[in-house]
Each structure stands twice: as structure tokens, then as C-alpha cells.
Design a protein around this ligand. Structure first.
Ligand SMILES: [Ca+2]
Ligand SMILES: [Ca+2]
Length: 298
């Protein structure tokens, strides 16, 4: 009995020793892992298109200065951007030898990382593969290579499409705004006096219309319940946007993802906002300039 417990004690001491050796071994070896969270606790190598992920690199060889934060760069590329960019790994504290960076799977462009600047790698929105190559022991040769699977994300693609500014929709409305602002007031009055919807008085400025307003609700319950220009211009904007919405086609990827309704609402709303903004700028700018010239002449 005594012998048995002695053996157990020996095994316990031996396993503790082995465990400590194991831990030390893991820490001194250069290694890199990717995570979905900022604290680097949720390890993963698959991330949604458009999202951000985090990388932690154990690289004691780059800890040149024990009383300051060190940094080094590594390489990131995707299949549509094979030349890639430089990631920027920054030490977590003065003397840890552990470095971190944050990488964005970008829709628009790739750009190098730097202190306080995120590393961006452009990816294929329908799914891509990213490779991260690291010279973790600082001997001039990359030995750590992490393969990241970039997952197709209908929701992120949708958001990208909705809030991305496009000159193609902004410019035509901007030009229409300028043209209408330049038409003489008398002519505008004459042309639009016959439209019975909302009066015939032509005024520059803004107007708030209540959502309970029956006329406006009947015109378009979805897009125009807030900020509107003058009575006449409101009617014009409404008709133009209505035509644009009807002409829109829902991309196949959203239909496949079952996002038709969401897509129409979000895209339609964003489109209406862009159109209204561009029209308002295009309309207000020549009017303001005209007033300014008149007031300086007086
Ligand atoms: Ca350091
Ligand atoms: Ca190396």
C-alpha cells in the first residue's frame, strides 16, 4: 500500500515536470494563430467576407527591446490579390514577445498595415482564400503559413451594395438638380401648375411632412415621409425615383440567399437617400450662388 502511494507520488511529480517542460516548449516555439475576437480566445481559420479577424504571433526573436514595444511585418495575400500586402504585427507589451494584428477582408482595396492602421486585403466577394506567410523566428525565411477560408456572406455583400456610394446614381440626379434650379421661375410655374398633387407654388427650401399625410402616403409609403424640398420639387423627385426603383433588378446572389424583400427595402431606401442628397446639392448650390451674386451686386 505504502509502495503504491509512493509510486503515485513519483508519477505525479514526473507528469508535473513533463507538463512544465511541455508548456515551456510551446511558448518558446515561434507560432501564429488566427481568431475571430479581439482577445484572441476564439480560434478560427474561416471568416465571413467583409469581416475583420485577429492574428497572434508568438515571436520572441522580434522582441529586440525589452523596455519598448517592438513590431515586424508579414505577408498577406488572396487569390484576387496575389501580390498581397504587408501586415503589421505589434508587440502586446514591452517585453512579451507576442505580437498581434487585425486584418480586414475588404471589398474595395488592399493596403498595408501600420501602427493604428488596419491591414486590408481585397478578396473575392463570392468567397476567397487568404494566405498569411510569417517569418516568425526572424531568419529571413517564411516558415509559418496560415490558410484562411473567406466565406461568402449574402448579408455583408448586401450591406456593401446598399451603403456604397456610386457616382452612377449620384451624378444624373445632381445634373437634374442643377438644370431644374437654372430654369426660370416663371417657366417652372407655368409647366407645373397643371399638376394637381401638391399645389403650384414654387419655393426653394425644405419641408417636413407628417407620415400621416394622406397625400404623401398615397404617393409613396416607403420612401418619402421625412425631408422634402418644395412642393413642386417633391413631386418631381418622387416620380424619378419611382421609375428608377421599377427598373432595378435583384442580383441573383440575393435571390439565392432569400434576401429579395430586404434587398428591395434597403437598396431602395439607400438609393432614395443618395438621389435626394444629390438632387438637393445640385439644386441648392446654383440657387445659393445666384443669391450670393445678387447680394454682392446690391
Ligand atoms: Ca519589446
Ligand atoms: Ca523563419
Amino acid at each position: 500500500m505504502k509502495n503504491k502511494s509512493f509510486n503515485s507520488l513519483i508519477i505525479l511529480i514526473l507528469s508535473m515536470f513533463l507538463l512544465s517542460v511541455q508548456i515551456q516548449f510551446t511558448y518558446s516555439e515561434p507560432a501564429a494563430y488566427t481568431y475571430s475576437d479581439m482577445d484572441c480566445s476564439d480560434e478560427s481559420t474561416e471568416f465571413n467576407m467583409g469581416s475583420v479577424f485577429y492574428i497572434e504571433i508568438n515571436a520572441p526573436n522580434y522582441n529586440d527591446n525589452p523596455s519598448d514595444i517592438d513590431s515586424f511585418s508579414f505577408k498577406v495575400n488572396s487569390t484576387i490579390n496575389p501580390e498581397g500586402v504587408n501586415g503589421f504585427a505589434e508587440e502586446t507589451d514591452n517585453n512579451t514577445g507576442i505580437f498581434r494584428d487585425c486584418i480586414l477582408l475588404s471589398y474595395e482595396h488592399s493596403s498595408d498595415g501600420a501602427h493604428d492602421l488596419i491591414t486590408r486585403i481585397m478578396c473575392n466577394r463570392n468567397g476567397d482564400n487568404v494566405t498569411i506567410a510569417i517569418d516568425a523566428d526572424n531568419n529571413g525565411i517564411n516558415e509559418e503559413s496560415i490558410k484562411i477560408k473567406v466565406l461568402y456572406s449574402a448579408e455583408n455583400n448586401l450591406q456593401q451594395d446598399v451603403w456604397n456610394f456610386e457616382w452612377a446614381t449620384f451624378l444624373p440626379m445632381f445634373i437634374v438638380g442643377i438644370l431644374i434650379a437654372l430654369v426660370p421661375k416663371k417657366l417652372i410655374d407655368k409647366i407645373f401648375s397643371k399638376i394637381p398633387i401638391v399645389g403650384s407654388k414654387f419655393e426653394a427650401g425644405y419641408k417636413y411632412i407628417d407620415t400621416t399625410d394622406k397625400t404623401v402616403s398615397a404617393l409613396n409609403p416607403l420612401y418619402f415621409w421625412r425631408l422634402l424640398l418644395s412642393d413642386m420639387i417633391t413631386a418631381i423627385i418622387f416620380f424619378i425615383i419611382k421609375m428608377m426603383l421599377l427598373a432595378q433588378e435583384i442580383p441573383a446572389e440575393y435571390v439565392a440567399a432569400g434576401l429579395q424583400v430586404k434587398y428591395v427595402i434597403f437598396y431602395g431606401f439607400a438609393d432614395a437617400v443618395w438621389s435626394l442628397v444629390s438632387f438637393a446639392v445640385g439644386y441648392a448650390f446654383p440657387m445659393a450662388a445666384k443669391e450670393l451674386i445678387q447680394s454682392t451686386n446690391q
